[in-house]
Write a new protein. Structure first.
Length: 181
């Protein structure tokens, strides 16, 4: 690298952002193998501010940006709905897909982390922070890890994740049981 780098300063001020240089991004590799274009994502509007290995991709109506903390931990940096969906659609469909993708045997990721937060004016999602946290806690079994800069960090283990279809099946079977009573 040439010039002055802000990465050490960022890493020194926030060790949670520090990504080891030698972490191989198997997530990006496997996404590319199935035909999804993965790109470097610039978090800052300032061209001279280096990122911390953020990668982005688009799937359906969503942009997902992530960073590897290490080979076993993925930090979800951004989950953005790109345009207002037509009709009633599940806003978590692509997130569900990504969790199932990360849960593959050939990807060593065990844990995901992130902050549920709204980005006013950036996207058309009407999801509140409360609704996002509820989703993460219910379907991923996410737990609160820490509060940093006034934001609640959540984490969850992929082994605890149950696909949305699992909960739909449970709801259907419980409503059938109630109707037979």
């Amino acid at each position: 690298m040439t010039g002055t780098s802000t990465r050490p300063a960022l890493a020194a001020s926030n060790p949670l952002l520090c990504v080891p240089e030698d972490v191989q991004d198997l997530v990006a590799e496997k996404l590319t193998e199935i035909g999804i274009e993965v790109y470097d994502y610039q978090l800052s509007n300032f061209a001279d501010v280096e990122g911390n290995g953020e990668k982005g991709f688009r799937k359906g109506n969503v942009e997902i940006v992530y960073r590897l903390k290490n080979p076993k931990i993925v930090v979800i940096v951004l989950y953005r709905i790109l345009k207002k969906p037509k009709g009633i659609q599940n806003p978590f469909k692509e997130f569900n897909w990504f969790l199932e993708f990360l849960n593959r045997d050939d990807i060593p990721v065990e844990r995901i982390e992130g902050v549920a937060k709204e980005f006013p004016g950036e996207h058309v999602s009407t999801l509140s922070v409360h609704r996002l946290k509820k989703f993460y806690k219910k379907w991923l079994g996410a737990k609160s890890e820490r509060n940093q800069f006034g934001q609640e960090w959540l984490y969850g283990y992929l082994k605890d994740y149950r696909p949305l279809r699992h909960f739909r099946d449970l709801q259907k079977s419980s409503s059938r049981e109630e109707s037979t009573l």
